[in-house]
Design a protein around this ligand. Structure first.
Ligand SMILES: [Zn+2]
Length: 206
């Protein structure tokens, strides 16, 4: 029974769909040095509210790379979607941005002390590290938990994330992690495509 409840919690943020996975390697992404005509992004800077997490990211990144992806608040229309990493493409130009659903973010600040951190680091995993979702689960002390911060749904409210933070950060930045995966969860990855000013955007939701 415990297992079923845990899985329901993990699945509650996503609709079951299978979608094509779009992965761009880091070398393909180019940072524009001057304004791009028709830049389709909602913002070109990082909202000050995220500086706590981007500072932490810089300290933790194995090569000390700062966050360059613009990050802003928005209202994401898809129910239960907390954030999205969008890759915009037009010819040779590749632009990225992260949008965070503000109502969900505020709610997590009140409910879940690890919520904002895990949302931001998950989206940075997509946009800064080109990491796709990882649908693996682990088991610890009788509880089913995500193996990776790139699990495509919010972590259940638990102190276990804090206890295992070293594992999650190691795994996020390309290490093996310290807890083994025990099973694969049915994929709940969602994506959306959009067009603006001649750019085609592919967003990995959640
Ligand atoms: Zn995701």
């Amino acid at each position: 029974m415990k297992l079923i409840i845990a899985l329901m919690l993990l699945a509650s943020c996503g609709t079951k769909t299978t979608t094509e996975r779009i992965v761009l390697s880091g070398s393909q992404a180019q940072e524009p040095t001057q304004p791009i005509p028709g830049d389709p992004r909602q913002a070109v800077d990082i909202d000050d509210e995220f500086s706590l997490y981007t500072d932490e990211w810089l300290l933790l990144h194995p090569e000390g790379k700062p966050v360059t992806t613009p990050m802003s608040f928005t209202d994401i229309p898809e129910e239960g979607v907390l954030g999205v990493c969008i890759t915009w493409i037009k010819g040779d130009i590749i632009l990225k941005e992260i949008r965070i659903d503000e109502p969900s973010y505020r709610e997590q600040m009140d409910l879940n002390p690890i919520g904002p951190h895990t949302i931001i680091f998950h989206e940075l995993g997509h946009c800064e590290l080109d990491r796709p979702h990882l649908d693996l689960l682990s088991q610890l002390e009788g509880k089913i938990i995500p193996f990776s911060i790139m699990f495509p749904s919010l972590f259940p409210r638990t102190a276990l994330y804090k206890e295992l933070e070293a594992h999650y950060l190691d795994e996020l930045f390309g290490g093996p992690g310290t807890i083994p995966p025990v099973s694969r969860f049915e994929s709940i990855t969602k994506s959306r495509t959009m067009e603006k000013n001649g750019f085609v955007g592919i967003g990995i939701l959640n």
